[in-house]
Design a protein. Structure first.
Length: 482
């Protein structure tokens, strides 16, 4: 069946906010007002799933960053949701010593190390604050659920840490451990034990092997989080977890996007389901201030059109806006006619009531359409300024092998000053280089000289040459081992 990581994640957070009791338990949250304390990472986890109104529904009257200056609050329980870092553990110890809250419920985003747990126990014992600590839980939620089928471990520079030859072994090991712990948290949240598949001989294999070992060790522990799912009917239809190294098809990550959601990430820097449209100045000199739009599962237009090509999205906005105008006009006309017809019989109020009930829905639909109109306008401005449609078309032809006279096409793009930025042209060359293993060093040098003249950062080209050698050696080794 369909597994929604977003829905499962929300359920886990709701249980945490209910003092780690099921939401439908007899003890209702209305009996306990709460303060929610989080760090930056856990704030992002919560903000992608809950709005402030959602927190209030679960009794959260105040939410604060753990590093902020906070005042003492009596007779209110504090729910901590933070990463198990040394700084957070020390801060919780100071909160306990200061007596900020009478009741403290500690929730770690991932498993806390034993030495950190001992440090917390020591600091609490020193201030005789044992009675303040009510519960301590490893929540296994150190990831972000961005959509029903999309999550992120939010690991900055993870590709560099796994592939840069200058990165030390310790840093690489720590990165792999973070990935394994993050994937383990996703599986715990979903409540599934997957069949793990990954290629041999790269970082993906290391992640897969260690995740498999972590799952086996966990099954043998007394605190088996999968125990309730072990004998369910769903266990006979286990999902597949496919782990692939990003280097196996790097061109996909470099190619200019043309679908709505991908373009928002690539062009407007969408992050945490939020996109910022910069300030604009119209032809009449009027300023339109910068705006931040929140996109997600509650946005019906986004759900329907996020994965569609940009031109289709703009057409869809026009169609829905036309339909909205017609529906709004029809409701107004029908409501007036019904009121006149029913007034004689005393039913005019009923007609107005029916019309009024539809207004909130129409208002929300119009708000979403206006929101996406503003976003698409900003995207269109960038498309025109950088001619991104031309980059997408040429890159698609390169990937499919249907481009005619690729060298001439690339050099024309490089020489056109008004076409794209130096980074756009560097990405174009990188895709061509990755998709054409037959390219000679002489041709590659000619391209790089042209890019250097444009001011492009050529460190990417150096890495691509290094990556080509590594992949060539790996393929030979695998061939000999078969």
């Amino acid at each position: 069946g369909f597994l929604s990581i977003r829905t499962k994640h929300i359920e886990c957070l709701e249980r945490m906010l209910n003092f780690n009791n099921s939401v439908d338990a007899k003890t209702s949250w209305q009996e306990h007002w709460k303060i929610l304390i989080y760090d930056g990472f856990c704030r992002d986890i919560i903000s992608t799933l809950f709005k402030v109104a959602d927190l209030r529904k679960h009794g959260v009257t105040l939410h604060l960053n753990i590093n902020a200056d906070r005042q003492q609050v009596q007779d209110v329980s504090a729910i901590y949701f933070v990463q198990p870092t040394r700084d957070n553990v020390a801060r919780i110890g100071r909160d306990c010593a200061a007596g900020l809250y009478d009741s403290m419920h500690l929730n770690w985003s991932s498993t806390i190390a034993q030495d950190q747990l001992h440090a917390l126990a020591t600091s609490v014992a020193e201030c005789e604050g044992q009675s303040r600590i009510q519960k301590v839980f490893d929540q296994h939620m150190n990831f972000l659920s961005l959509d029903h089928r999309l999550f992120s471990l939010m690991m900055a520079d993870s590709y560099v840490k796994l592939n840069d030859p200058e990165v030390g072994d310790a840093e690489m090991e720590a990165t792999i451990s973070d990935i394994v712990n993050g994937l383990f948290s996703v599986l715990v949240t979903l409540g599934v034990v997957p069949i793990i598949r990954c290629p041999r001989g790269d970082a993906a294999a290391m992640v897969g092997e260690r995740l498999c070992k972590k799952l086996r060790d966990h099954f043998l522990s007394t605190n088996n989080l999968f125990r309730d799912q072990a004998f369910s009917s769903s266990s006979f239809s286990r999902p597949a977890l496919i782990i692939v190294d990003r280097s196996s098809d790097l061109s996909v990550n470099l190619q200019h996007a043309w679908t709505y959601e991908a373009m928002l990430h690539d062009v407007l820097g969408m992050s945490l389901n939020k996109v910022t449209v910069a300030e604009t100045v119209g032809e009449d000199g009027r300023r339109q201030p910068a705006r931040v739009y929140d996109l997600g599962a509650s946005d019906a237009f986004w759900v329907d059109n996020g994965g569609k090509p940009f031109p289709v999205v703009t057409d869809e906005i026009e169609e829905r806006l036309t339909a909205w105008k017609a529906e709004f006009a029809a409701i107004g006309a029908q409501g007036q006619a019904d009121f006149v017809a029913e007034a004689a019989g005393g039913g005019g109020i009923d007609a107005l009531t029916r019309a009024a009930q539809l207004v909130p829905e129409l208002t929300e639909r119009k708000r979403l359409l206006d929101q996406h109109t503003g976003i698409c306008t900003a995207l269109l401005s960038q498309i025109k300024a950088r001619e991104l449609d031309n980059f997408f078309s040429l890159e698609s032809a390169i990937v499919s092998g249907s481009v005619y006279n690729a060298k001439s096409a690339l050099m024309q793009v490089f020489s056109a000053e008004a076409l794209g930025t130096p980074e756009d042209k560097l990405r174009l060359f990188a895709i061509y280089y990755l998709c054409n293993p037959q390219i000679t060093d002489a041709d590659a040098n000619e391209y790089t000289q042209a890019l250097e003249g444009l001011g492009a950062d050529l460190s990417l080209v150096s890495y691509l040459k290094y990556l080509r050698k590594i992949l060539s050696l790996s393929s030979r080794a695998l061939a000999l081992g078969q």
